[in-house]
Write a protein that binds this ligand. Structure first.
Ligand code: NZQ
Ligand code: ZN
Length: 387
């Protein structure tokens, strides 16, 4: 077991109606609030008005219109400008992972006077950040319980992870009822994203019985509850467990002491959504079985066998190769059963930029150090197999 240090300082407030506590929880961070949100879903579900009603005694400045795959320009730049101009005390993010990721970038950039992009790329270390409180409306990314945010810069096709412990949310409100309205497509994307976060931790060289069990249970929970959410979007129990597992799935708690995997599927997916602005979870669902087939070999075989037997209940007495192949096919079939398009072509992606994307990934994502090292040529093959 490897050495590790773990600290997630975020306070989670989970359950039906918990948002009523917002004024008391927000007050210690100050009176001037930057309210960040997306394209309007929070207005449709009545949460926007609810927040304004609850925060009558606060001074609110709004940053609406944050897009999925949040953009550096305009959202991060505009939010940074608003924070400086209005001397904002705290950012209140209301929405999905994109709104929260953008808020994290704004929180750091608002405390820095140089070129904001230098903070996002890590060229300049973040020394301070505004506090962030969030109300999550979509179960997927785990951004509510981690210290990273993924920011896209359209003109360079970059999609970069901005991470610093300074942007852990101070408080995350998780009321599963606010996720009832999430569309089937986005719910499926959330299931695929969170399953992928767990797979990225599960497929590594050194693990423990404890962590493997945690991961396997997490994947099974997401499969069962995710399906239930799709069948009945207002199934509170299913939405609640899905939200809880998603929250735990991306902050390393499921793999403490494991060796690093390098998160290869995310590395490749960042290029897909950086170049084509596709939904992150769909891109991952498409890549996952192709990546699995690509890395299946004598060294990785035991992991696939364990995954197949413990997650899908495949008969352990069969030939290990057969078990592994059945596990990969079952992974594909599960994502397909969620209604996710399973070919890049269905998302408008053809062969034309595969070489360019693979080069971008090879240069920027460090996948030569992944659990199963991936060269530029490997990445090309995985992308081609995903077409
Ligand atoms: O913009 P609005 O109108 O709010 O609509 C959003 C958006 O169109 C909608 N939505 C959100 N809550 C809703 C709702 N619609 C109806 N009812 C609700 N309650 O859903 C759409 C997608 O929202 P988005 O925030 O983009 O989805 P998600 O939470 O999946 O976030 C995806 C982003 O997170 C990044 C991804 O790369 C992507 O940019 N990730 C962040 C991570 C992190 N911070 O740790 C890790 C992940 O691996 C991921 O990379
Ligand atoms: Zn993800």
């Amino acid at each position: 077991m490897r050495n590790f240090e773990y600290c997630t300082p975020t306070r989670l407030i989970f359950g039906k109606g918990v948002v009523e506590q917002l004024p008391q929880v927000l007050a210690p961070y100050g009176k001037k609030v930057l309210l960040t949100y997306g394209g309007g879903s929070i207005k449709k579900i009545g949460l926007y008005q609810k927040v304004l009603d609850l925060l009558k005694g606060f001074e609110i400045v709004e940053l609406p219109g944050i897009q999925p795959n949040p953009k550096y320009n305009p959202s991060v730049l505009e939010g940074t400008r608003l924070c400086k101009e209005h001397k904002i005390d705290v950012i209140l993010s209301v929405g999905g992972g994109s709104v929260l990721d953008c808020s994290k970038a704004i929180a750091g950039c608002a405390c820095y006077d140089g070129e904001p992009w230098d903070l996002i790329t890590g060229k300049v270390p973040t020394k301070a950040a505004l506090p962030i409180v969030d109300i999550l409306t979509l179960a997927a990314t785990g951004s509510e319980y981690d210290c990273g945010g993924v920011i896209s810069r359209t003109e360079t096709n970059d999609k970069l992870c901005y991470a610093t412990p300074l942007v852990f949310p101070k408080v995350s409100f998780l009321d599963p009822t606010y996720t009832f309205s999430v569309s089937k497509g986005q719910t499926a994307a959330g299931i695929a994203d969170a399953i992928n976060h767990i797979l990225e931790q599960y497929f590594c060289e050194e693990t423990t019985i404890m962590n493997d069990g945690f991961c396997e249970a997490g994947i099974k929970s997401l499969m069962v509850n995710g399906k239930a959410c799709l069948e009945n979007p207002e199934d509170y129990t299913a939405r609640a467990e899905m939200m809880f597992v998603c929250t735990l799935a991306c902050n390393d708690i499921m793999s403490l002491g494991n060796s690093r995997s390098g998160w290869p599927m995310h590395g490749i997916e960042h290029a897909l959504s950086g170049y084509y602005d596709i939904t992150h979870g769909w891109g991952l669902a498409i890549l996952t079985p192709r990546w699995m087939k690509h890395i299946l070999c004598e060294r990785t075989l035991p992991r696939f066998v364990k995954y197949g037997v413990n997650v899908f209940g495949i008969d352990a007495s069969q030939d290990p190769r057969d078990i592994a192949n059945q596990a990969i096919d079952a992974t594909y079939a599960f994502f397909e059963s969620l209604g996710i398009p399973m070919h890049l072509k269905e998302l408008g992606i053809d062969e034309s930029r595969i070489g360019e994307m693979a080069h971008h990934v090879a240069v920027n994502e460090g996948l030569e150090n992944a659990y199963m090292p991936l060269s530029e040529a490997d990445i090309v093959q995985i992308l081609k197999a995903s077409l």
